[in-house]
Design a protein around this ligand. Structure first.
Ligand SMILES: [Mg+2]
Length: 194
């Protein structure tokens, strides 16, 4: 089957890098568990616009370039790639397509059939499609994701796509139908083998 994979916080451990970047630059002391909302400004304050600016600057930093894979992700992808077709569906902006593809080549060479850049609330308005719409178009049967906001609509958009949600501090609310919470890559593999 075709499996869709989110990139950040599913394959790439972006948040630890972003937190280190923020703590260094703005003299803060946030830790991973402080981020109870996907909307970062709700944790570190300021406006949404200011957060967008911080993120764009972060994309230019070495800390962003040094992002490592999530624990268990490389082994997990190794297993999945043997039996399934895998596509990345990310909300990263098109502007960092080059860096993104370079990172994927480094840690997951030849594992993905395509990389799709989906709509994000802070950029790409108008043109890019939402993740679930992309899943529906491609015929994705399972989407592995950590952002609950991206999949809240699942019952209205697609009856075919199921979601495996990797547990994170920012997604701990009630889940819609067809969304299952897991806590590790090991559990993702077990779920898909059921
Ligand atoms: Mg993500």
């Amino acid at each position: 089957m075709l499996i869709g994979l989110d990139l950040d916080e599913v394959l790439a451990a972006l948040m630890p890098q972003l937190i280190e970047y923020h703590n260094y630059l703005y003299k803060t002391s946030y830790v991973f568990d402080d981020f109870k909302s996907f909307y970062l400004w709700k944790t570190w304050g300021g406006t949404r616009k200011e957060t967008d600016k911080k993120i764009w600057n972060f994309y230019d930093s070495e800390l962003f370039d040094d992002t490592l894979p999530i624990e268990g992700a490389r082994e997990g992808i190794e297993v999945l790639a043997k039996r399934h077709k895998l596509a990345i569906i990310t909300s990263r902006p098109q502007e960092i397509k080059g860096k993104t593809q370079k990172w994927l080549r480094k840690y997951f060479p030849d594992k993905f059939s395509a990389v799709h850049f989906a709509y994000n609330f802070s950029h790409g308005k108008g043109k890019s499609k939402k993740k679930l719409a992309i899943c529906k178009d491609l015929g994705v049967e399972v989407l592995i994701e950590d952002c609950l906001e991206n999949v809240m609509d699942i019952e209205n958009v697609s009856s075919k796509t199921k979601v495996i949600l990797l547990d994170r501090p920012w997604n701990r609310s009630r889940l819609p139908k067809n969304v299952t919470r897991v806590f590790s890559w090991k559990e993702i593999i077990n779920k898909l083998n059921e």
